[in-house]
Design a protein around this ligand. Structure first.
Ligand SMILES: Nc1ncnc2c1ncn2[C@@H]1O[C@H](COP(=O)(O)OP(=O)(O)OP(=O)(O)O)[C@@H](O)[C@H]1O
Ligand SMILES: [Mg+2]
Length: 58
């Protein structure tokens, strides 16, 4: 199970993710969908530890 709780992420003064929480259960396929620029790549990079996050944990 991948669990993200209360994730906030900013690029400088520009906030991208606001208080984001998501659960991805083991053995299931979880898809992140959204329009261009909504923050999908930022979310995945935050989970992987490639980006500094301001608050939250996974
Ligand atoms: N390195 C960066 N510095 C500053 N702002 C960024 C940076 N990377 C992304 N952004 C901004 O953060 C927001 C989210 O971008 P992100 O790339 O996570 O969206 P996305 O959902 O993956 O978009 P796409 O569907 O185009 O792949 C956008 O407004 C983008 O312009
Ligand atoms: Mg992307």
């Amino acid at each position: 199970m991948l669990s993200v709780n209360g994730l906030n992420q900013r690029y400088g003064e520009s906030q991208t993710l606001w208080d984001l929480s998501i659960d991805a259960p083991k053995g299931q396929c979880t898809v992140v969908m959204g329009r261009n620029g909504v923050g999908k790549t930022t979310l995945l990079q935050s989970i992987m530890g490639l980006l500094k996050i301001d608050e939250g944990r996974s």
